[in-house]
Design a protein around this ligand. Structure first.
Ligand SMILES: *Cc1c(COP(=O)(O)O)cnc(C)c1O
Length: 370
């Protein structure tokens, strides 16, 4: 593909810091970059603790364990998300209960969440989809009334804000991913954030194989090896230094797409709630086949023929084999999720695109309307 969907931007101090980590021979999971990353990230998210972990999926698993989710419990999740959100619920033996999205945010619909609560509901995973924060106050109010928690899956939404407060600080705990296509990356990696000392300690213990912090090589529980290396944290420290520039360029690309695609019949964008300042992750369009004259998949083929890589929206998790029968009522219908999933696509969004690339993508989309 001439224009890929995503590409990491490693043009700052990334190479220098990685070389420093290698030269110092601190290449495992202790070292100055690990502590620097964790303290900087915690401060930027407005929380007491950030733990670096080996992936966003590991972060979700650790957070669910720390929050005490287990067999017999239900956890409310959106169906329009990456599969890891629900898989982590399964890892701890709990059951994901899928709820539809709100079309004004593309995130969990609080009304749907309210009706999905049962006496077994332990908590809610609020996914900030494509960088747009979920309506956290509404979800927290519902959870509080029932003694449940809210876990934020902020894998795609680093530094987005909700009513002026950063994601990562809005629930009992939050998780992030630093996979290669995310707004901030170290290839593979993740983080767990929280301000609750007990939850942070629990997550730290589980991350490090369960080793007693007071007694080396004494294991008080069965833990995991979910640590992140000093080499990966070196990349993250360099990324953090340039976070404003990286996000500003993504935002310019978003604005340019929006401007150039405006007014094409049947092409719509992700709405932005008045209280949200989203992180521009991957620019999304929703294709109404009747008005646009082609389906999303047809448009994707036209774009691919022009050398442009795109990505269809997530396949709704409640329709995938592992989750098809997860509801006791049978396959629930989630009409808004299913509609968006069949019509939505992500367009190339990364800092190595120049304005002409964006104009070219927009032009192909405009010319393909019929
Ligand atoms: C990327 C992603 C994850 C998982 O992150 P990995 O680092 O790939 O394990 C989880 N949830 C969402 C919403 C994601 O986009």
């Amino acid at each position: 593909m001439r224009i890929p969907l995503a590409a990491p931007d490693l043009s700052g101090n990334e190479l220098r810091y990685v070389a420093e980590a290698v030269q110092s021979s601190w290449i495992s999971s202790t070292g100055p970059f690990v502590s620097r990353f964790e303290s900087t990230f915690a401060e930027l998210c407005g929380v007491r603790s950030a733990l670096s972990v080996s992936s966003g999926t590991a972060a979700l698993h650790l957070a669910l364990l720390a929050l005490g989710a287990g067999p017999g419990d239900e956890v409310i999740v959106p169906s329009l998300t990456y599969v890891a959100t629900a898989n982590a619920v399964r890892y701890v033996g709990a059951k994901p209960v899928f709820v539809d999205i709100d079309l004004s945010t593309w995130c969990l619909d609080p009304e749907g969440v309210e009706t999905a609560f049962t006496p077994r509901t332990k908590g809610i995973i609020a996914v900030h989809l494509y960088g747009h924060p979920a309506d956290m106050d509404a979800l927290a109010a519902l959870a509080d009334q029932r003694g449940a928690w809210v876990l934020e899956d902020a894998a795609e939404a680093h530094f987005a804000t909700y009513k002026g407060r950063p994601v990562g600080s809005l629930g009992a705990m939050a998780t992030f991913s630093f996979y290669g296509n995310k707004p901030l990356t170290c290839g593979e990696g993740g983080a767990v954030t929280t301000s609750a000392v007990r939850l942070a300690e629990r997550a730290r213990l589980l991350r490090g194989q369960g080793m007693d912090p007071e007694r080396r090589y004494y294991f008080s529980i069965v833990g995991y090896n979910y640590r992140l290396t000093n080499v990966a944290c070196a990349l993250l420290c360099a990324q953090l230094e340039r976070r404003d520039t990286l996000l500003a360029r993504r935002r310019e690309i978003f604005n340019l797409y929006q401007e150039l695609l405006d007014g094409i019949p049947g092409v719509e964008f992700q709405p932005i709630a008045p209280w949200a300042e989203p992180t521009p992750w991957l620019f999304s369009v929703v294709i109404d086949p009747r008005r646009y004259g082609r389906s999303r998949d047809e448009l994707a083929r036209v774009l691919a023929d022009a050398g442009i890589e795109t990505r269809p929206f997530f396949v709704p998790l409640h329709t995938l084999p592992p989750y098809l029968h997860s509801s006791s009522q049978g396959h629930p219908r989630l009409p808004r999720t299913e509609m968006l999933a069949s019509r939505g696509m992500n367009l190339p969004t990364h800092t190595s695109l120049d304005d002409r690339d964006v104009a070219f993508v927009a032009d192909v989309i405009r010319r393909s309307h019929r």
